[in-house]
Structures are given as structure tokens and as C-alpha cells.
Design a protein around this ligand. Structure first.
Ligand code: ATP
Length: 227
């Protein structure tokens, strides 16, 4: 098997260390994501899914352990280099779309590319292509408030993929949608991930959605186990 796209080794995290409200969330957690794989991360609320995704996505640093993306150790990077690596390698999708309300759908997908040094015309062309791919191309000029919840979330997927990351990390990406919409939007996400050939780690409470992914992992008392 080739090198994993994402490898977490011995990841531990304790919040509020040494204080009364100290809580150990991750205990030497291990996780590998192969190229092209879509993996579900299932756990009850508070078990540490978001914490694990933040470590994997270089938004937070573990107390101990190693985060490798594309075979490169990201653990010791300083803030600036970590931010650059995150922008390049990782796309995030959250339960709520977090689109910028004063910008159109297209602009929301263009802006992260500009921040990454892409020229405006190329960024616009890529944004339109992504929006077309998930079926919201005709809504490109609309602001998020003029779109349905499912459409907003599809735009958020495009924004996450705008800079061509290696990994998509999603935290309850359809958790805010009604079941029928959630199902359709989830299918769009899976298709987009497959077509783009990237790898995805998707945290969800929804066992039906989890069963449709390549593999299911569970967080159990701070460690990752097969689901
Ligand atoms: N910044 C923080 N400071 C202190 N405690 C935190 C912090 N972030 C998370 N926690 C605690 O760590 C535990 C795990 O939180 P986390 O958000 O990772 O869980 P989760 O599995 O994603 O939950 P949910 O499904 O409800 O989003 C919880 O007990 C939470 O209260």
C-alpha cells in the first residue's frame, strides 16, 4: 500500500491541564487515510471528533503525537508555515456553511483562491466549474441568504475544494439539513470527492450516511477504533 495521505500517530490532547476542569479528549489516537478514501468518524457528542479534525487539519496542535500530510511531518511547523500548509493541503466543511453573507456564491469560492495567490480570472473560472459540478452553477451570482440550506452547503463544499486540497475534513457536513436534503447533499459531496480524487474524513452522527463511506472509524475513550 502507498503512503497514507494523512497519518496521525500517538495523538493526545488534554484541555485545561492542571485545572479542576481538566479533560483528556484524545489518548494516543492513531488514524490513517489512504489516497481516494472516504472515511466516516462516528462518536457520541463530546467524544472528541472536532478535536481530532482540528489536529488533522492543522488548526490546533496535539500535546503529543505526530501529524503527517502527504508523508510530511507537520508537527513541528511554526504558525506561519502551518497556515500555509493548511491552506494548501486541507479543505474544511462544517455543520453550518459559514459563507460570507455580503459576497455572492461565486465570490465565496474565489476568495480563498486569491488568498492563495491565484489570479482572479483563473479563480473565477475554477469557482464556476466547481459550482456547476455540484449543481448550483446557475446560482453563482446569488448571496447565501438567497439560497436554500442545501445550496449553501454545496457552495461551502466548493469553497473547501477551491485550492485543490489533498484532504477534505468535514464536521457534521449535513447535520443542519432535513433528512431528505441531507441525503441528496451528502451524495453530491461523495460524488465531488470521488471525481476530484481527494481523501475525506467525515465526522457524523448519522450511521446510515457513515455506512455509505469506504470505512467507518469510531472514537472510543480517546482512541480511534474500527467501527
Ligand atoms: N477549547 C476547549 N477548551 C476546553 N475544553 C474543550 C475545548 N474544546 C473541546 N473541549 C471539550 O473536549 C471534549 C470533546 O469536544 P469535541 O468538540 O471535540 O467533541 P465532539 O465529539 O466533536 O462533540 P460534538 O459532536 O458535540 O461536536 C468535550 O468535553 C468538550 O467540552
Amino acid at each position: 500500500m502507498s503512503d497514507p495521505v494523512l497519518r496521525l500517530t500517538g495523538i493526545s490532547k488534554t484541555y485545561n491541564k492542571g485545572r479542576e476542569n481538566e479533560v483528556t479528549v484524545l489518548r494516543e489516537a492513531e488514524l490513517s487515510l489512504q489516497a481516494g478514501e472516504i472515511v466516516a468518524l462516528v462518536a457520541p457528542s463530546g467524544a472528541g471528533k472536532s478535536t481530532l479534525l482540528h489536529m488533522a487539519g492543522l488548526l490546533d496542535t496535539p500535546d503529543a503525537g505526530r501529524v503527517e500530510i502527504g508523508g510530511v511531518d507537520m508537527t513541528g511547523l511554526g504558525d506561519r508555515r502551518r497556515t500555509v500548509a493548511r491552506r494548501r493541503e486541507v479543505g474544511f466543511v462544517y455543520q453550518f456553511h459559514h459563507l460570507l453573507p455580503e459576497f455572492s456564491a461565486l465570490e465565496n469560492v474565489v476568495l480563498p483562491q486569491l488568498a492563495n495567490g491565484v489570479a482572479r480570472r483563473a479563480a473565477e473560472a475554477r469557482a464556476q466549474e466547481l459550482l456547476d459540478q455540484v449543481g448550483v452553477g446557475e446560482r453563482a451570482g446569488h448571496r447565501p441568504s438567497a439560497m436554500s440550506g442545501g445550496e449553501q452547503q454545496r457552495v461551502a463544499f466548493c469553497r473547501a475544494l477551491a485550492n485543490g486540497p489533498r484532504i477534505l475534513l468535514a464536521d457534521e457536513p449535513t447535520g443542519n439539513l432535513d433528512p431528505a436534503t441531507s441525503d441528496r447533499v451528502f451524495e453530491r459531496l461523495v460524488t465531488l470527492v470521488r471525481e476530484t480524487g481527494l481523501s475525506a474524513l467525515i465526522a457524523t452522527h448519522n450511521l446510515e450516511l457513515a455506512a455509505r463511506m469506504d470505512r467507518v472509524l469510531r472514537l472510543d475513550n480517546g482512541t480511534v477504533v474500527a467501527g
